[in-house]
Design a protein around this ligand. Sequence first.
Ligand code: LLP
Length: 440
Amino acid sequence: MKFLGTMKNVNGVLEIGGVSVNKLKKEFGTPLYIYDLEFMEKKIRDIKKTFKSEKFKTTIVYASKAYLSKGMVQIIDREELHIDAVSGGELYTILSSGFPSKRIHMHGNNKSFEELYTCVQNEIGSIILDNRFEGEKVSQICKKLNKKMDVMLRLNIGIDAHTHEYIKTSKHSSKFGESIFDKEIQNIVKNIIDKEYLNFLGFHCHIGSQIFDEMAFCEAVKIMVRFTKEISKKLDITIPEINIGGGFGVRYTAEDTDVDLKIIMKKIIASLEENCEKENLIIQNVTIEPGRSIVAQAGSTLYTVGGDKKTYGGEKYIFVDGGMTDNIRPALYSAKYESVVANKLNETKKEIVTIAGKCCESGDVISKNTKLGKCTEEDLVLVSCTGAYGHSMSSNYNKALKPAVVFVRDRDVYLISKRESYEDLVKNDCVLPKKIYNID
Ligand code: LLP
């Protein structure tokens, strides 16, 4: 496993942020999500430093779906980034953390009336309209509340980026956005512009997630700049902004390219400047929406080994006390991870094993055929790079308790989310009235 961020081998025991995994296990139990705060802040600052231009302003919006909690919102606020939400729940988490509403942006392909109402009422920064109907909905709410709203329109620009089928978002058949090839597109934009209560900022696109090919982003930039120019000419309007979404790829295992985020940012900026100049387009602000690239590598999951098993078929399993409930990505996308026996880093004997969880599901695997140091019951296995879409996609399948989350830095540990309790699992369950189950 590649050591990431502040990870260190101290006498055979892994430390993150100066805190040993043994201590974390003792205080918080396992499974445990551990975020390396210093490393996360480095990622944010790398983006802030390099996604910059002298030709236009830039905005960095953290895509909160990657990982969201009140503590995370505080970090994003302190770093002065913007943040997005795609649901009432994400919006609530952000607003209830006291985040400045002008730096919140609302996404979603099927936003409810209540969600849109909350956005307008709280005067958030902008709503990214997904389709031709949403402008009307937002406009009516704005009229009712007598408030204006900044909006963008999400475009499907038809890029088939090289990533997992489930996380592609810009194929012609994708459910997101309005296609630039739709013959109605100009009218759709005109309809938005004509609305008294809407202030049209520009176009948004997001070509997919976990994309390593920088040319795909440059291609997106080219299409977005050209399209913005074309529409502004045809409708005789000034379009001040472009939003090119997130999706910057992250190294999970040695099979992935170890991309340098700073280089990707610089290339996108160069491509923006070059294409704006070519198209003679003056743009005031360009936005990106990184999620994974900020949190993935900063997060790890610590598990306790319950035992092992060698099957008749020859598979060697190591069983851990979590699984697909805290990390669905291997089951859903065949995602791969690296891991170590975190309390026995100096163990030289390695084995090829499959790390499996405790769910009643054969696909409940964290790492298939992975090289791991020899371990037994009560040893600690740490899986790295689980910071994005692990906690946020976790579930209570088999009534598993969602793990606690801690942030660590400079030998300090901050509890960000408590481990769920059994009471939490049933707190919303209602008991049937006696007359229904007591029929004799
Ligand atoms: N902006 C928009 C409009 C998005 O839909 C997404 C992700 C992002 C930004 C952030 O993308 P990122 O920088 O995190 O790649 N559950 C999947 C990922 C789904 C991403 C959905 N949209 C996974 O675990 O790989």
